[in-house]
Ligand binder design. Structure first.
Ligand SMILES: C[S@@+](CC[C@H](N)C(=O)[O-])C[C@H]1O[C@@H](n2cnc3c(N)ncnc32)[C@H](O)[C@@H]1O
Length: 206
């Protein structure tokens, strides 16, 4: 899946129309998040929730936790919301948002209870590695919203991405690998069902 990347002028100045669209999107998202997430809440967060299979199943079994799934593709969020509505889960939300923008506008007192990243886009071409979600800067960014002990659950069927993230986390100042921790909730996502094999890791906020 190709993400929409910033359009630039030939002289590399940001396109004013692009900047205006981003500013508007930021404000709309900020308002949406204020409506669905009370301040001082710890949320279970899934990044790249796709059609919402995992988080809907999770929310059905964890009715005391506010669960928020995001995805950048509107159609996927719509399908996820239909599942949520069919299941009647008022403590589950799906929001169309890009992962970095979401963090930028999330109300400052909201923190994470757990973070799930399941089968993120692998961006296999070397020149696209910079678009991978889990890299050092993003791990630092999500750490600022993660109290000590917060778990980060990562699963992928793409071995090079798994190894890259594992190496990053092994040496990371904010996270430590929890090798003996047990995956707490199993529900096969669309991509998991298609994957011939996959690997998982759990990291905890230091
Ligand atoms: C390979 S799919 C996996 C979907 C789901 N987790 C599963 O396992 O079935 C990756 C999902 O992440 C979403 N995604 C990719 N980059 C994203 C970003 N920066 N912010 C939010 N969602 C993103 C994609 O739109 C896609 O739905």
């Amino acid at each position: 899946m190709e993400l929409a990347l910033p359009e630039n002028h030939a002289d590399n100045e940001p396109d004013p129309a692009y900047l205006a669209r981003m500013a508007e999107r930021r404000e709309v998202l900020r308002e949406e998040l204020k409506q669905i997430i009370p301040p001082q809440t710890r949320i279970v967060w899934e990044v790249g929730a796709g059609h919402g299979h995992f988080l809907t199943a999770y929310a059905e079994k964890h009715r005391d936790q506010l669960c928020v799934g995001i995805d950048i593709i509107l159609e996927r969020v719509r399908r996820a919301l239909k599942k949520r509505d069919r299941a009647g889960l008022a403590h589950l939300h799906f929001v169309r948002a890009e992962a970095s923008l979401f963090l930028e506008v999330l109300p400052p007192t909201v923190t994470f209870a757990a973070i799930y990243v399941l089968f993120p886009d692998p961006w296999p071409k070397k020149r696209h590695h910079k678009y991978r979600l889990l890299q050092d800067s993003y791990l630092k960014n999500i750490a600022t919203r993660s109290p000590a002990g917060t778990p980060l659950y990562f699963r992928t069927d793409y071995d090079p991405y798994f190894e890259e993230v594992q190496t990053l986390l092994r040496e990371h100042p904010d996270w430590r690998l929890a090798d003996s921790a047990v995956w707490p909730f199993e529900y096969a996502t669309v991509f998991q069902q298609k994957a011939p094999s996959f690997q998982s890791l759990i990291a905890l906020r230091k």
